[in-house]
Design a protein around this ligand. Structure first.
Ligand SMILES: [Zn+2]
Length: 261
């Protein structure tokens, strides 16, 4: 038994012969890098809690060196591991874990982030992978990271006229009006129309990932709005992280495989 702190695993990487490097997001420390000694040989001390889709209690020990903490033991508080058989659900959960790991600074706790991750898993358990739910979690994470994308007014000049000729420019912070778009440059910039902006605003207004599931079948939005909204937010994520996200490459491969006969 442990009286450790509530958290989730963002990533595990083999370390030396028998140890595991475990990146956690915990309620009191935020993102922390820990070393689970001997975890590659026996995970008994960690009781199934060193994996994605588990809300666990993690006992951090002394910091053996630098910015690494020891991970003494762990136990499962709640789990959603039955989702592991759904590759798309795992892909969504992995993407959000990678985004949290890459977007939020180490050891700056934002308790809301743990709620968001768990809310996404709840939504996945409730009805499977949902683009609407994923957009709402992405947006909330951009917000926590201090980069809430502009969707209501031009990110550059504040004009509220985004109806014609607007673009989505991640490096300038979101939607940019036609006039300012003339000075937007780069491969990440894409046109954005009022249907797509409406869809993303609706995702932003949804009170929870589960509530945002309704956007998947809302007749107010076209499939093209959902696809363009996804592309805009994915471009935002890539731009903020500054490098390709492995989980997104995996999702793209899954999508391509599904389209094959
Ligand atoms: Zn403008």
């Amino acid at each position: 038994m442990t009286d450790g702190e509530l958290g989730v695993v963002l990533k595990t990487t083999p370390l030396r012969e028998s140890d595991l490097l475990v990146v956690l997001y915990t309620i009191t420390h935020g993102r922390v890098a820990t070393v689970a000694r001997g975890a590659r040989k026996s995970q008994r001390r960690f009781a199934g809690a060193l994996q994605l889709l588990v809300l666990g209690k993690y006992q951090l020990g002394r910091r053996p060196r630098g910015d690494l903490w020891g991970l003494d033991n762990a136990e499962v508080e709640r789990e959603w591991t039955r989702l592991a058989s759904d590759v798309f659900a795992v892909a969504h959960a992995s993407y959000i874990a990678e985004l949290v790991g890459a977007l939020l600074p180490p050891e700056q706790p934002e308790p809301h982030v743990l709620d968001l991750i768990v809310a996404l898993w709840e939504s996945l358990a409730e009805g499977g992978p949902s683009p609407g739910a994923l957009r709402s979690v992405e947006l909330a994470l951009f917000d926590v990271a201090g980069h809430r994308p502009a969707l209501d007014a031009c990110a550059a000049c504040g004009a509220i006229d985004l109806d014609a000729g607007a673009v989505f420019d991640p490096s300038r912070g979101g939607a940019v009006c036609r006039r300012c778009a003339a000075s937007s440059r780069g491969p990440a910039i894409r046109p954005i129309d009022s249907g797509t902006l409406g869809y993303l605003r609706a995702a932003a207004a949804a009170p929870s990932p589960s509530a945002a599931r309704a956007l998947d079948s809302d007749p107010a939005f076209l499939p093209a709005d959902r696809a363009a909204g996804r592309d805009a937010f994915v471009a935002m994520a890539q731009s903020l992280v500054g490098k390709p996200l492995k989980s997104l490459e995996y999702i793209a491969k899954l999508g391509a495989a599904r389209r094959q006969p």
